[in-house]
Design a binder for this molecule. Sequence first.
Ligand code: SF4
Ligand code: SF4
Length: 103
Amino acid sequence: MPPNSCGSCRRCCQGTLVRARASDIERWQKEQRYDIIICLKTWIDNSTFLMHKNGKDECVFLTENGCDIYETRPEICREFPKTQERVDEFKCLLDWKTHEPKE
Ligand code: SF4
Ligand code: SF4
């Protein structure tokens, strides 16, 4: 979710399961971002970590101004949309290859 390119769109932060990888958690440990780590929950096999959601089925770090942890957001958020299928599914405003707004 690059906030400038995304405008007011928040679709990929809403109603989705946002996974944190081991590399994200290692980074947050180095950065001492325990405020993020405590917002993870385990899923299914105890080795998959998801960001908590708020009462509106949104990622708990989504604010009116965009991502509250943008500088250290999960890798999966940096990579989004990654494929044309994801663009179509989320009606994403960005080109999946360049992450720039579509023409
Ligand atoms: S961490 Fe940030 S970019 Fe990722 S889903 Fe949450 S609010 Fe969106
Ligand atoms: S769906 Fe696309 S345009 Fe919308 S917030 Fe996510 S990355 Fe940005």
